[in-house]
Design a protein. Sequence first.
Length: 116
Amino acid sequence: MSIEDQIDQAMIQMFAQMHARFGKAVKGQWFYDGEACPGCGRKVDAMRHKGKDALSLNGYIYRKRGILIGYILCGRCANEIHHAARRNPGVQIARHDIIEANLGQAYEAHMSKMDA
């Protein structure tokens, strides 16, 4: 199975979970496939996890439009967030705010292209 197929399957699963939990508040899904990390702008790359290369697939509910946005972080941002979560579970760090703002802008740009 290709990485794209794996991401598609993970997005379907994440959407089903979010829809089950939040109902009609989550109306659809979109995958941010930009080459730039939404956390820092670097190239999206693999991170080391348990001695192997891994991608950090994440989801964010863009409340303004009720869209689950899937995205992949660069290894540096993923590690920063994972380390912070170990220190303070459930606490959002400043990097999250940057990611959410960038994803919201990217989604709005995507929708503008679709409307044109």
